[in-house]
Design a protein around this ligand. Structure first.
Ligand SMILES: [Zn+2]
Length: 237
């Protein structure tokens, strides 16, 4: 069993430091895996130089940047560390990172508008602004100017486009992975078609004042397995 000497270890570490930013935990994990990668190739007959250049070939700057980004998004997940430990090879780890990266695109965790907004009505029990009756507000209302661009908050497929003058007005429902759906209501204009796939952050509509509405705003809902959940708890960016 080959183990790297100090000089070789330094070389691997130097290369890692050059590419990965400040996160020490990530660096430690990567360092460990990189050394193992090089050692495994050396055990299979490669010289250090060959193994090291193969490592750099497999992990270009762009891969490292995307690993770092995904890692930072997932670093709180204990799943991560467990999976890293179980991953027997760099390929397995990379595959996991790719999968995790894709999954991250499917969770509705960004704001449905690009710009700053004011929440004019929160999720939960409230008095309906027009009927004055107590109702459950299934989403949040974002006070935004008319025709503010509205974006899909995760990758998904446009499930419904409908106009309900006595309800949500012109609205869109997008289906995402893991039982999530998002609803964007009181719109003025829709720029996608039913059945179309959309990516996280893609503009899908413009906000409006259609349906039952007491002023220009975007009504936004997240449903998990058809049950409305508080969007505030999801919007992280
Ligand atoms: Zn609302």
């Amino acid at each position: 069993m080959t183990t790297l000497n100090n000089q070789q270890t330094e070389q691997v570490l130097g290369s890692l430091e050059a590419h990965i930013g400040g996160n020490r935990k990530l660096k430690n994990e990567m360092f460990d895996h990189w050394c193992t990668y090089v050692e495994t190739h050396m055990n299979n007959g490669a010289s250090f130089e060959q193994a090291y250049s193969k490592l750099k070939e497999e992990f270009g700057v762009n891969e490292l940047k995307s690993i770092e980004k995904t890692y930072l998004a997932y670093h709180q997940s204990s799943l991560w560390v467990g999976t890293l430990q179980r991953a027997g090879s760099m390929a397995a780890m990379l595959l996991f990172l790719v999968v995790a990266g894709v999954d991250a695109q499917k969770r509705p965790d960004i704001s449905p508008v690009f710009d700053q907004y004011i929440v004019s009505s929160a999720f939960g029990e409230q008095i309906h602004p027009i009927t004055n009756k107590e109702i459950h507000h299934n989403g949040i209302d974002l006070r935004v100017p008319l025709n503010t661009p509205v974006r899909s908050t995760a990758d998904g497929t446009v499930k419904t486009i409908k106009n309900s003058p006595k309800g949500h007005g012109l609205h869109i429902i997008i289906a995402h992975k893991d039982g999530y759906e998002t609803l964007y209501a009181n719109l003025s204009n829709v720029s996608v078609d039913a059945g179309q796939t959309v990516v996280k952050g893609e503009e899908i509509a413009r906000s409006g004042n259609s349906g039952i509405s007491s002023g220009p705003h975007l009504h936004y809902e997240i449903r998990l397995n058809q049950k409305p959940v508080n969007p505030k708890l999801y919007i992280s960016k």
